[in-house]
Design a protein. Sequence first.
Length: 162
Amino acid sequence: MIKKTITFDLEVHEDDSSMSTEDQALLSSARSALERAYAPYSNFRVAAAVKLSNGEVVEGTNQENAAYPSGLCAERVALFAAKSRYPDAAVESIAIVTHHEELSSPVAPCGACRQVILEYQTNQKPAIHFLLSARKGTVYTLSDARSLLPLHFSKEDLKKAP
């Protein structure tokens, strides 16, 4: 038996004041988009802002539905819209902001969103920079999607099938 340990680096900022102007602007964009989230059932609003290599910023918000599986997370809404509009632009950064009355710290993307983000990163090569925040306060930054999903499924795994 071999035992392996997987670790990753996470930066924790008290707020966004110590961050680059570019990161502050992306967080601001995501925070502004929170108001457009459609979350009447959970009241858990999520917004994402994706910065592309062509300089464009595309926002997305979570979209709930009474038939729960029919909704979609903000991260995927933003990424799918960005890639539909700008298919040749790489994703440089993604800011994900959450808001709920009882929430005061950042929340990471769900597993499905982690998988989608990682596939985009794998296809484009450059790592995607992450900013995770609640409506205000602490901000987590990560420099690579693999940090959030180190044991991921990829197109290479499909090639292993008989």
